[in-house]
Design a protein around this ligand. Structure first.
Ligand SMILES: Nc1nc2c(ncn2[C@@H]2O[C@H](COP(=O)(O)OP(=O)(O)OP(=O)(O)O)[C@@H](O)[C@H]2O)c(=O)[nH]1
Ligand SMILES: [Ca+2]
Length: 510
């Protein structure tokens, strides 16, 4: 019986074998092409979002970041899709009106609800970090600061997002996260990743940009020092990012932000010449402003200058003299009394500055307005010359020339520009215009500041080790599968034909 079937099958195969094989071949070819074409299409990208509130001393800004979930470990891929400026002062001003906090934050949260797809809300983290304004309030009244954070927490938790906490970040965190942000965005952290040689790895960390942040109440300087052998009296921050080790110096100067420095200067001026009228070289000639004396001294940053005065108001009359303004401001920086190998001002240890720096926030606002960003000046003389001319311009003329600029900012550019130059001198920068890059947004749309670095850190988005590269991309993988399957099919068909022919000739020979 088996023999009968076997011979029938053999006969059938010898007659139709080629037809069947050919048919199978065409079918598999169509199937493979169909798989290749349908599977090779780009699948829609899966995006993720994150929200960070920067609760600064002068105001609060909400940032929304977006990134592709598939490329999470690569550098520079997280970008900002929205920055929403909260209307009003910094959150530390809400100590006695906690009930207004929901109103204050709701507009930007509404914007976040609009911009982030609803089905992503529950997995979108929300963070709030408060900086120097809240640090100062905590020093004055810890409970008050706590109450503000509790109100913020209870309001932000009422949204469908994944609220991860509101806290006061330390000055070192603020400096370090700003450093991470700019180096991440500038692509400095994954550079020359293949080098095995330790000395070249050291150079990689020196090639990072230092970070300079000038806020309203504090200022930070952060960089990788050149000399690794110095024994620092404070610990450098240690990071391992993308397989590289970084030893980073950071320091935050509380009360040396732009607004607090101005209050310190005014308080110092009253102490030196107690009078209700101050002829101030840091403001334009013809500019007038009245400051409440109790406001000036009811402040942690001016406590060292406190005194009793027979007047309640201080009337400021601008005289617009850059040189004199700089001399006055230099008195805010005490450069004697260094107990270490090297210091910045006020006896604070700091290794010598080295390499390129990115300077953002008020550094940028000020120097950009004054047209003094690094690419626009060629020497320190040029900077000084421009500053002298700008400060000497009558307020009336300045006010009409820049009619659209906010009065508070416009009136303070002479002071702010002089303060920036004096602060950079106090850090011992030489040729600063060559090495300091005043920056606002990096890669077109993402603002330089601590918020992005903070989120990247808290969501573990910067790996300590280099991510293993994937052997093939999805399209390459599918194309290779199709190609190998085709080769297999062809080999199988050719093999069958040869087998079929050889058994046919064998039969004939018998
Ligand atoms: N010229 C100008 N100044 C600005 C602008 N936005 C903020 N400022 C001022 O620049 C200074 C620094 O602003 P921010 O960097 O926002 O400071 P902050 O984060 O509130 O303060 P910190 O808590 O100390 O970091 C403050 O004096 C602000 O009033 C702007 O668009 N233009
Ligand atoms: Ca700030």
């Amino acid at each position: 019986m088996f023999l009968v079937i076997d011979s029938r099958v053999k006969r059938f195969l010898s007659k139709n074998g080629l037809v069947i094989l050919g048919f199978t071949f065409i079918l598999s070819l169509i199937a493979l092409l169909a798989v290749g074409l349908t599977q090779n299409k780009n699948t829609p990208e899966n995006f993720k979002f994150g929200i960070v509130f920067d609760a600064g001393s002068s105001h609060t800004t909400m940032y929304i970041y977006k990134w592709s979930a598939e490329k999470v470990n690569d550098t520079g891929l997280v970008y900002e899709i929205e920055s929403c400026k909260v209307k009003g002062p910094g959150i530390s001003a809400f100590a006695s009106n906690l009930q207004d906090i929901p109103m204050y934050l709701s507009k930007c949260m509404g914007r976040a609800k609009e911009l982030i797809p609803k089905y992503k809300h529950h997995q979108t983290p929300v963070y709030l970090g408060a900086t120097a304004g809240m640090r100062l309030l905590r020093m004055e009244n810890e409970e008050s600061a706590e109450r503000i954070l509790n109100s913020v927490t209870s309001f932000l938790s009422s949204y469908p997002f994944n609220f991860r906490g509101a806290r006061i970040i330390s000055g070192s965190e603020e400096g370090a996260y700003g450093w991470i942000t700019i180096n991440y965005l500038l692509g400095k952290l994954q550079k020359k990743q293949n080098s095995k040689d330790p000395s070249s790895r050291r150079n990689e960390s020196l090639e990072t940009y230092g970070a300079l942040d000038l806020g309203g109440a504090s200022t930070q300087i952060t960089f990788v020092p050149k000399d690794t052998n110095i024994k620092p009296p404070i610990k450098f921050m240690q990071f391992r990012l993308y397989g590289n080790n970084y030893s980073v110096y950071t320091y935050s100067f509380l009360c040396y932000g732009k607004d607090q420095a101005l209050l310190k200067k005014l308080a110092m001026d009253i102490m030196n010449a107690p009078s209700g009228i101050l002829l101030d070289p840091c403001f334009h000639p013809g500019y007038e402003r009245t400051v409440d004396v109790s406001y000036l001294f009811n402040n942690t940053c001016t406590r060292e200058y406190n005194g009793q005065f027979p007047f309640h108001e201080l009337k400021i009359n601008g005289t617009g003299e850059f040189q004199q303004c700089q001399e006055d401001l230099l008195d805010l920086f005490h450069t004697t009394n260094c107990r270490y190998t090297s210091c910045t001002f006020n006896g604070i240890f700091m290794p010598p500055v080295q390499g390129e720096f990115g300077a953002f926030s008020a550094y940028y606002y000020t120097m950009n307005f004054l047209n003094l960003t690094s690419d626009k000046v060629s020497s320190e003389e040029m900077v000084i010359d421009k500053m002298k001319k700008f400060c000497a311009r009558p307020w009336k003329e300045v006010n009409t020339t820049y009619a659209g600029v906010k009065q508070k900012y416009l009136s303070e550019y002479c002071f702010a520009g002089t303060y920036v130059l004096t602060l950079l001198q106090a850090y011992n920068f030489t040729d600063y215009w060559k090495h300091i890059h005043f920056m606002d947004k990096i890669n077109d749309n993402t603002e330089a500041g601590w918020t992005l670095g903070y989120m990247l850190n808290l969501t573990n988005m910067i790996p300590a080790e280099l991510p293993q590269p994937k052997p093939f991309s999805r399209p390459t993988y599918i194309s290779l599968m199709v190609a190998f399957s085709l080769v297999l099919a062809v080999v199988f068909i050719l093999g069958s034909i040869i087998f079929h022919k050889s058994s046919y000739f064998q039969k004939k020979a018998i």
